[in-house]
Ligand binder design. Structure first.
Ligand code: ZN
Length: 269
């Protein structure tokens, strides 16, 4: 059987009576539902009446849209996950030469390729370090080469036969680890709030992060502390944990494909 590309069904979580990001009270009609995992990643779990319009805009335009158009773009297109708008596919730029060693590709002509001409490979960052808060190290300026990439050939999951052009092709994918990590932090926070409620942990700091009032995402986000992975029968799997004085959430996106697992500190308890 091919790996699952859907989540297990779950009833909508009830509204918490206020915006889960700014905690301000609104009339129910002014609050929008929130997908715990973005719809564009086939996320189907929702919290009813969860976010006000200003916070919805901050979370979408601040990082989630960026993550969906970079780190998650090829997986979404190749695995044919849900898309809100059937707009033209904007694919990463490809070249007819090996470019990994080049700092600048300005002198090269990009290739015009169809999606089916891309190698059927998805990749996700695999972080070596757990969140700064969990290991007691300030990761405010963390970018020290501690990221590897996990790859998977997805030709068993896609209908098209990959048909690359002859010769070498290299794909320049834009990666925005910060946007991707903040999007995973948002998934973790939404899940913790849905499952445990707003009072179960002190979430002021992660709410600042998710409203773009701070940018030290790697203090909140990282590899799992214990290296554990979650059941892989479904596309995504999420679970809360208690680590000393912190509540954390293990987020295993693309778990059925064997992708890396992440852990997010949502707050102290
Ligand atoms: Zn709000």
């Amino acid at each position: 059987m091919p790996p699952s590309l859907s989540m297990s069904p779950r009833k909508p979580y009830p509204s918490l009576g206020k915006c889960i990001y700014c905690l301000k009270k609104f009339q129910p009609i002014e609050l929008k539902k929130e997908h715990i995992v973005p719809l564009g990643l086939n996320g189907i779990w929702v919290i009813k009446e969860a976010t006000c319009e200003p916070c919805r805009r901050l979370t979408s335009e601040g990082y989630e849209n960026d993550a969906m158009q970079t780190s998650f773009l090829l997986p979404r297109l190749m695995l044919e996950l849900k898309r809100r708008k059937k707009t033209a596919k904007k694919l990463p730029i490809a070249y007819s030469e090996y470019t990994a060693h080049l700092a600048s590709v300005g002198h090269l002509d990009p290739l015009e390729l169809e999606l089916s001409q891309y190698p059927p490979i998805v990749q996700f960052p695999d972080f070596k370090n757990a969140a700064g808060k969990l290991i007691g190290i300030d990761h405010t300026n963390m970018f020290n080469g501690e990221i590897r990439f996990w790859f998977r050939n997805v030709s068993d999951l896609i209908n098209y036969r990959s048909n690359p052009p002859p010769g070498k092709t290299s794909i320049r994918e834009v990666t925005k680890p910060g946007a991707m990590a903040t999007t995973v932090a948002k998934i973790a926070y939404c899940f913790a709030v849905a499952e445990r409620g707003l009072e179960a942990f002190h979430g002021d700091e992660i709410r600042q992060l998710l409203r773009c009032e701070r940018d030290d995402v790697f203090n909140f986000f990282g590899a799992t502390l214990t290296g554990e992975s979650l059941p892989s029968g479904r596309l995504h799997w999420i679970a809360t944990r208690e680590r000393g004085s912190f509540m954390t959430v293990i987020v295993h996106l693309f778990s059925s494909l064997g992708a890396p697992t992440y852990e997010v500190v949502v707050g102290s308890i």
